[in-house]
Design a protein around this ligand. Structure first.
Ligand SMILES: Cc1cc2nc3c(=O)[nH]c(=O)nc-3n(C[C@H](O)[C@H](O)[C@H](O)COP(=O)(O)OP(=O)(O)OC[C@H]3O[C@@H](n4cnc5c(N)ncnc54)[C@H](O)[C@@H]3O)c2cc1C
Length: 517
């Protein structure tokens, strides 16, 4: 096997997988190094007990909190990364998210580029990931240069009723953008059957637009693409000047191997990308690679989210529930001093998962059995922005293990958003006291372990003193090192992050295709 490539990419998730798709089609010789393997298609993919209770697809990592206590993070090391398990809600940030926004707990900083500059790549990402949606319904969204490739996924009857009632009460519900492969005519196998297992499950029939299905698999038979699985990158080596990465050291099959590329891209997810850079400390980079500014690992963000079950009087027969979104409280205004965030529907509750994770739910609602709770549940996901704080950070210890210090922000905003949801309940005929926390999703009961929306540990910016990456996502201090995953985000907004990671990967991919031409 040749050991030198045009581009070596570490990680195959939303960032690395999407980047590989762009560079492979541009004809560059790329090596993909993925710590995990392909996620096996098997019946347990859709078994809530195996997925949620037994944690079948959670990787057996141990991380440590700020006090050195071990915990198991909700990470998924597979070809496709976290997108194998994601809910495929593929939202754009709002234009205002690219500027500075004042929050209850401080400012969310501006990006080095604006929404209008970023917009073309959002459109490309929506088309690559075959998103279903309807631009023009949500008054908070920015301009779009092209409509979604597929029409919005239709609401089932109960969700349509909720949308109609909310619209009648003066709210602005919209069809949520969904990355599912619903064009059955073209896809005899990879066709979405509108089951209830997008959120938190792998898709057994490969009908979810994840990074493996959409970005990595389609380029694997090209002669210019090499993928090594079960290949965990340990550290990066540089030349004597410290300006160029010359070696990517990998642990594979019990031995160490070294690969090289004209360009090296780290896309291992926000925590693991920081880990790789910090573990690559050397004489030239004593605090870790690209870390002269002491910013690598800092500004870790995770959404301040709440999963909520509203108990309807009538059974809720909806199967594919995540078709509705609401951004009426996204910004400050109308008497709200702060932005509150986004409300969307999530996958339908099921008794098996609740039984394993949250037996306390029955105590909160003594008139309902868990089966009743699941049958009558209308499930919402509330997202409030978490602001970047320097002390919320990833560090590594002498053994290279991840330590994560994380204190969530904007609790007052999250609580006000919850209050707005309770008001909405009155409109849709659900008593406010029939709203319960649904903490089992993403293990929100153990907040630090819920790292699904991790971001921000290598943020991009124009100023090398306050950022790790330049606006092209190249490390300020090195000539050929890039970071292309959720690490680059200077702020996370209050919508799901994956589409922004994908769009940025296409943007940087086009830059790298030009640079390596
Ligand atoms: C249950 C769940 C639901 C979610 N739902 C949504 C949603 O509906 N919408 C949304 O926008 N986002 C959602 N997300 C978040 C979304 O999946 C992430 O934001 C996105 O995948 C981040 O992309 P990334 O490239 O930064 O990391 P990842 O996609 O995680 O990719 C990182 C890759 O690097 C690999 N890797 C790690 N360390 C190494 C190493 N040392 N060597 C080699 N490879 C390595 C990993 O195995 C992985 O393949 C969800 C996530 C989860 C877990």
């Amino acid at each position: 096997m040749t050991d030198h490539y045009d581009v070596v990419i570490v990680g195959t998730g939303a960032g690395g997988g999407t980047l590989a798709s762009v560079l492979a089609q541009a004809g560059r010789r790329i090596l993909l190094l993925e710590r995990g393997d392909f996620l096996t298609r098997e019946l347990p993919n859709w078994d809530p007990e195996q997925v949620f209770v037994d944690g079948r697809y959670i990787s057996p990592d141990t991380w440590y909190d700020a006090d050195g206590r071990p915990f198991q993070p909700q990470v998924h090391y597979f070809v496709g990364g976290a997108t194998k398990m994601y809910g495929a809600a593929l939202y754009r940030l709002r234009p205002a998210d690219f500027g500075e926004i004042q929050h209850a707990d401080g400012p969310s900083p501006a990006w080095p580029l604006g929404y209008d500059e970023f917009e073309p790549w959002y459109t490309k990402a929506e088309w690559l990931y075959q998103v279903h949606g309807a631009h023009g319904q949500d008054p908070t969204e920015g301009h779009w240069s092209r409509q979604y490739p597929w029409p919005a996924v239709s609401h089932e009857p109960r969700i349509q009723q909720i949308a109609d009632t909310l619209a009648g009460a003066g709210y602005h519900p919209f069809h949520a953008p969904c990355g599912v492969l619903l064009d059955e005519a073209d896809r005899p196998f990879s066709a979405c059957i509108r089951c209830d297992t997008c959120d938190g499950f792998p898709c057994l029939v490969h009908a979810k637009s994840d990074a493996e299905v959409i970005a990595v698999r389609p380029v694997l038979d090209r002669p210019n693409v090499t993928l090594l699985v079960n290949a965990e990158v340990q550290r990066l080596e540089t030349d004597a000047s410290g300006a160029t990465v010359t070696g990517v050291v990998v642990s594979r099959g019990g031995s160490a191997e070294t690969y090289s590329g004209d360009i090296v891209v780290v896309s291992a997810g926000a925590a693991n990308s920081a880990r790789i850079l910090l573990r690559s400390a050397s004489d030239r980079h004593p605090a870790g690679l690209a870390n002269g500014s002491d910013q690598v690992g800092r500004n870790y963000m995770f959404h301040n989210s709440n999963a909520v079950i509203a108990l309807d009087k009538e059974p809720n027969d909806t199967v594919f529930q995540k078709t509705l979104g609401l951004n009426d409280f996204y910004f400050a205004g109308d008497g709200r001093p702060w932005p509150l965030g986004n409300i969307q529907m999530i996958g339908k509750s099921n008794a098996a998962a609740m039984r394993g994770e949250e037996p306390a739910l029955t105590k909160l609602a003594p008139n309902f059995s868990l089966e009743d709770v699941a049958k009558h549940a209308v499930d919402f996901w509330l997202t409030t922005e978490d602001i970047p704080r320097p002390d919320n950070r990833v560090t590594v210890d002498g053994d290279g293990q991840i330590h994560l210090a994380c204190r969530p922000s904007n609790a007052a905003e999250a609580s006000a958003l919850y209050g707005e949801l309770r008001k909405i309940m009155n409109h849709i005929g659900i008593a406010a006291h029939h709203v319960l926390d649904k903490n089992f999703y993403l293990h929100m009961g153990i907040p630090i372990a819920g790292v699904a929306h991790q971001a921000g540990t290598c943020r991009f910016g124009a100023d090398p003193a306050s950022s790790v990456l330049d606006p092209n996502c190249k490390a300020h201090e090195l000539d050929n090192l890039y970071v292309v995953d959720s690490s680059f985000m200077p702020s996370i907004g209050a919508v799901n992050p994956a589409l922004t990671v994908m769009a940025n990967a296409i943007r940087v991919g086009e830059h790298l295709a030009g640079r390596t031409a």
